[in-house]
Ligand binder design. Sequence first.
Ligand code: ADP
Ligand code: MG
Length: 249
Amino acid sequence: MSELSLSQVSTGYGRIQILHDIDLRVGDGEIVTIVGANGAGKTTLLRVISGLIGIWGGTVTFKGRSLSRSSVEARAGLGLVQIPEGRQLFGSMTVEENLELGAYCRRRDGRPFLEKRDEVFTLFPRLGERRRQQAGTLSGGEQQMLAIGRALMAEPEMLLLDEPSMGLAPLLVKEIFTTLRELNSRGLGMLLVEQDARIALKLADRGMVMERGRVVLEDKASALLDNPEVQAIYFGQHGGGGGSRTENE
Ligand SMILES: Nc1ncnc2c1ncn2[C@@H]1O[C@H](COP(=O)(O)OP(=O)(O)O)[C@@H](O)[C@H]1O
Ligand SMILES: [Mg+2]
């Protein structure tokens, strides 16, 4: 069972505490979304789960194992893989080389590189067509596809996604989310962080609302979609007061 579970997690930067007592569970093959305004602590939450920053208190477990002492690579090796905010591709390397780097943390019992690469190209034919193009010259949508593809090379069992819709035109956001749905239907679990609450809640099974480092509301995604308070604060304008968005297409 690829279940992720957080109990009373706290962390921060320097001496400043950002996350307070976070409890969270993402079941095997489930999609849980965290919505919240800019600065609520969503990225920090993903970082503490993937191991990019240390934990101050509480526990993170995946597949029943405590991760407190595991490196980022060890967590990826267990199948817990983060797609960072802003994609963070290697811009001067080609599409294919970025995929190779994604396979670096592959599992010991993993399938061969070429097989996984071709699967990514089947999922995103545009990446196949551009396999020798430098990642930095791809459009915003293609870069997000590559960021997802690179994560898939590690054969994840649970994806941690940080704002996949960021900076993309609506049509591309739709395309990316259709792909996420397809991946989920194959059994991939996801913890999805989004400022675009509406599209995230439409995809997810359950949702949580974060404000200033705390979970303030938690429900089935469909119930949060119908919740007038959530609608008033997080729908309409992107991000409920977050930064402006650019169309990168
Ligand atoms: N590397 C860092 N050093 C110090 N403070 C940070 C750092 N990254 C984020 N913060 C602070 O942590 C808080 C939460 O940020 P973040 O997790 O990025 O929120 P979100 O992803 O919800 O926009 C903000 O107040 C932000 O300024
Ligand atoms: Mg963020």
